[in-house]
Ligand binder design. Structure first.
Ligand code: AHM
Ligand code: MG
Length: 332
């Protein structure tokens, strides 16, 4: 990495993206622009998130809009903000969003990129002032630029991602992303309106002491999952579960840990979505030296067959995911 000397902790995201453009010798700068567009939308959503507690008392401080309309839900607002940023920028031809049933064809045939996004994940935590997140994956379209988008542009396996990231709206707001050359994390300084490089070249611990799973669903686990979680308990690991995927993943990425969302009786593929939840985090995990699997194969190698398909997800520290896989295989 020739740009290695040119940035350090404290470098702004904009400058970092510019410096990193040299990672793509043939790129025209559109991916960089797209990342900046996403960062801008994240700042807006961050602002809305911080105000969320005031939304319902809007009238009390003069924020009710002139039409007297009811405040929109934060996840709807986030979807609108990201859709706007992605469609105005000109780099994107199609969007898959958790909030939209169908693919959004932007009718921008000169756009090179397809984005899959969960604009605001952790819906059960939005109203209770707990960390929530945005998750995004970026793909290069498969069909020639200038032609209408096709299914193959959208249904790409995670291995084809050119960039992926998440925004964590937590005690600090952070943006963490990869373009396939390691993982870098940026912390938002609201008073300056900038993301600053705070976590350069994140490397996940190979092992950890945290396991994260919704234990209320134990009854529906397979014997393999019961075996592995029993093992975690026998090792006296710490149980940590926020219920916001980005927050649980981020903590485990930095501290070492495993997150599991297995299939359940009613949902054999679990709850999480392949295209805009699992793939992005799997790409980041692998880039940070961690692992992501559905119990049978790498998440990134799953060939998607539908937009909103679910997948079991076991993601985190290398050795922990290996141990989980060993115990899952033992009971197959
Ligand atoms: P959502 O897209 O409706 O917000 O659901 C996704 C969330 C994840 O952030 C989280 O990891 C998971 O659902 C928690 O599910 P559960 O409440 O079943 O444990
Ligand atoms: Mg979600």
């Amino acid at each position: 990495d020739q740009s290695g000397m040119a940035y350090s902790v404290g470098t702004t995201l904009d400058r970092f993206i510019k410096l990193k453009q040299s990672d793509f010798p043939f790129a025209s700068g559109e991916l960089s622009q797209l990342l900046r567009d996403i960062a801008l939308a994240a700042k807006i959503v961050n602002r809305e998130t911080n105000r969320a507690g005031l939304a319902n008392i809007g009238g009390a401080f003069g924020q009710t809009n002139v039409q007297g309309e009811e405040q929109q839900k934060l996840d709807v607002i986030a979807n609108i903000r990201f859709m706007r940023a992605l469609s105005k920028g000109g780099e994107v031809c199609a969007i898959v969003s958790e909030e939209e049933d169908a693919v959004i064809d932007l009718q921008n045939n000169s756009g090179k990129y397809v984005v899959a996004i969960d604009p605001l994940d952790g819906s059960s935590n939005i109203d209770v002032n707990i960390s929530i997140g945005t998750i995004f994956s970026i793909y290069r379209r498969k069909t020639p630029i200038g032609s209408p988008i096709q299914e193959e542009d959208v249904m790409q396996p995670g291995t084809e991602q050119v960039a992926a990231g998440y925004v964590l709206y937590g005690s600090s707001t952070m943006l963490v992303y990869t373009t396939g050359f390691g993982v870098n994390g940026f912390t938002y300084e609201a008073s300056l309106g900038e993301f600053f490089l705070s976590h350069p070249n994140i490397e996940a611990p190979k092992n950890g002491k945290i396991y994260s799973i919704n234990e209320g669903l134990e009854k529906s686990w397979t014997d393999g999952i019961k075996d592995y979680i029993g093992f975690c308990k026998s090792e006296q690991l710490s149980a940590r579960y926020i219920g916001s995927l980005v927050a649980d993943f981020h903590r485990n990425l930095l501290k070492g840990g495993i997150y599991l969302y297995p299939g359940t009786q009613s949902n054999p593929n679990g709850k999480l979505r392949l295209l805009y939840e699992a793939n992005a985090l799997a790409f980041i995990a692998e880039q940070a030296g961690a692992k992501a699997t559905d119990g049978n194969q790498r998440i990134l190698e799953i060939q998607p067959t539908s937009l909103h398909q679910r997948t079991p997800l076991y993601i985190g520290s290398d050795k922990m995911v290996d141990e989980a896989l060993r115990r899952i295989a033992r009971h197959k």
